[in-house]
Design a protein around this ligand. Structure first.
Ligand SMILES: [Zn+2]
Length: 578
């Protein structure tokens, strides 16, 4: 583990502007630097890097973070690799870094190595387990496909992996997600009596495992590796190495829900499917996949839950949509998944569904008119209201113009009228006139408490523990103040700027709140005197607090008899103004 104070230290010392500029050419714009966003397609720059706050924020796609997260996103590094890379640049040695300890020991226990060995172990188990082999046979799986996907078996044994790893207690086995510790400290296998599906990344490294029960009574049915340094489920898909060839040939990627869907389709000749791993599709999945094919087909059960999941996927897909991307939505008959469907039907039947999948634009219209007949004015307005947020996420000019035209025709308005209703620039001159519309004036709509927190995060050196008295209620801001206070007052605290403070708040504060704070901070003008504004807020807080205390005191005293009052209390009542 890298100590938190070291991470704070490198965030205090590295300049995020340098880190970004080495990879994406930045231009000075006022107090900040801007560029066209490297994380989404755009024609005018909405990617902003703040040297004073030491983080970046994209007003187009919402990407944001510190120098560390930039390297993770842009260079595809893990958190630890990013920290190492920045430390190298600063000429610092990472404390407790495995690579600095004994080299050979580190290699022996590299996570990749551990997972590879575990995989061999699971495969060996499968070969000698009649139970598991019969199960797979019953599901119609051939040996060739089982080998292609390196399917294995975790025996019904609490410490089955002890046979493979003499050093069963080695903490790295826990880091790798293979074993876990119970409350009394006993270590046991995470996967037991399950068919094992190794999750292999595009570089052919095993990064985790999925396990499916053999006994119907066992729960949960599917079980994956936990998040580890190698396995992040919002980034990884199952089946990519096996699907590469099929994707190239079909120029289409099928996204399905489970490993068995991928494998079953593959066995029946549909070799371009991948699955997300116990999570809805994220933009990171899509960004990864779109490199292999610009056409992606999402595959869902035709029931209600399937349609809702498809709509969610659509909302993610529109965020990365570009002119030459194609997204389709395929709905199987109700109650069917690709595995059950292809087992009962032929490959031609399934291909028919692929060929008739609903294109993204059509799905939007279908969905929004499903419960809306567009007959009344109100229904048309409701339709536009539902359409607007989706439309505004789209960056592709062609899709925008096409959709506006389609919507206009549908409710018999002109394109310009639709645009006016949504208060947007005409799509035709969209790209040339698109500007960053976040003005510093949004600052005025923030509450004083929120402003206080924002300035404190921007300038942690302004922290004053006496201000605690202002933060005694249960608003988000009060919680934030107290968390910041705790962090800054910790013994080994090394927080000196916004980036290191924000880093330390991650996992302590709800992610959405942190995102909101970062956005509000970028909106905050660099030109105002933060110190003056901060003092002003402090003064008004203490004025308010005073007033509250006085009125409480007044309320307590006003019913007392004159004879019961002390001289001080009499003085107070004499001077008390409502
Ligand atoms: Zn962006």
């Amino acid at each position: 583990m890298i100590p938190e104070s070291f991470i704070q230290e490198i965030l205090n010392r590295i300049d995020v502007v340098d880190v970004v500029d080495q990879r994406v050419k930045l231009k000075k714009a006022g107090a900040n630097y801007v560029a066209c966003c490297p994380f989404h397609q755009e024609k005018s720059p909405s990617f902003t890097v703040s040297p004073s706050k030491q983080f970046y924020h994209c007003f187009g796609c919402g990407a944001h973070g510190s120098a560390i997260s930039f390297l993770m996103e842009y260079d595809g590094l893990t958190f630890i690799e990013s920290v190492q890379s920045i430390a190298n640049q600063l000429g610092l040695a990472v404390p407790n870094d495995q690579s600095n300890v004994k080299k050979d020991k580190a290699d022996e226990f590299k996570l990749e190595e551990i997972l590879k060995r575990a995989n061999q172990h699971f495969k060996k188990n499968l070969r000698s387990s009649e139970l598991a082999i019969n199960y797979l046979k019953k599901r119609g799986l051939t040996g060739t496909v089982a080998r292609e996907f390196q399917i294995g078996y975790a025996s019904d044994d609490w410490q089955g992996l002890k046979k493979e790893f003499e050093n069963y207690e080695e903490p790295k086995l826990q880091t790798a997600g293979l074993v876990q510790k119970n409350d009394s400290g006993k270590i046991y296998d995470r996967f037991r009596n399950r068919i094992i599906f190794p999750i292999i990344n595009a570089k052919d490294n095993i990064i985790g495992f999925g396990g499916r029960v053999i006994n119907k009574e066992d729960q949960p049915k599917y079980y994956n590796s936990p998040e580890t340094p190698l396995f992040k489920k919002s980034y990884e898909v199952y089946g990519l190495p096996q699907a590469k060839k099929g994707i190239r040939e079909d120029n289409n990627i099928l996204i399905v829900e489970g490993y068995m869907d991928v494998i079953s389709l593959y066995q029946h000749g549909i070799e371009n499917a991948v699955a997300t791993l116990g999570t809805a599709t994220t933009i990171y999945h899509l960004k990864k996949l779109i490199r292999y094919s610009k056409k992606i087909t999402f595959c869902f059960d035709g029931d209600h839950a399937g349609k809702e999941a498809a709509w969610k996927a659509l909302n993610t897909a529109v965020e990365i949509l570009e002119d030459d991307y194609e997204f389709y939505f395929l709905f199987l008959p109700e109650g069917e998944d690709p595995d059950t469907f292809i087992t009962k039907n032929s490959i031609q039947d399934f291909k028919k569904y692929i060929d008739h999948a609903t294109p993204l634009t059509e799905f939007i219209v279908k969905r929004l008119t499903e419960k809306n007949d567009l007959t009344s004015q109100e229904n048309k307005i409701k339709f536009i209201n539902n359409f607007e947020p989706i439309y505004k996420k789209i960056n592709s000019n062609k899709y925008k113009i096409f959709l506006i035209k389609r919507i206009a025709d549908l409710i018999h308005f002109s394109q310009r009228e639709i645009e006016k209703m949504m208060r947007i620039e005409s799509a035709e001159n969209y790209s040339s006139s698109q500007q960053i519309k976040y003005s510093p004036s949004t600052r005025n709509s923030l509450t004083a408490k929120r402003k206080y927190i924002l300035i404190l995060v921007m300038k942690p050196e302004l922290f004053n523990s006496d201000d605690e008295v202002f933060f005694q209620s249960n608003l988000i801001e009060d919680e934030l103040f107290n968390k910041i206070k705790k962090l800054l007052e910790e013994n080994d605290s090394n927080i000196k700027n916004t980036a290191s403070l924000l880093h330390s708040l991650v996992n302590k504060v709800d992610e959405n709140i942190l995102n909101e704070l970062q956005k509000q901070m970028m909106d905050y003008s660099e030109n105002i005197d933060l110190l003056e504004e901060f003092k002003g807020i402090q003064n008004s807080f203490s004025h308010q607090l005073n007033k509250t205390q006085q009125s409480q005191q007044f309320a307590a005293l006003k019913n007392k008899k004159l004879s019961e009052l002390s001289d001080e209390e009499k003085e107070f009542l004499k001077n008390y103004k409502k």
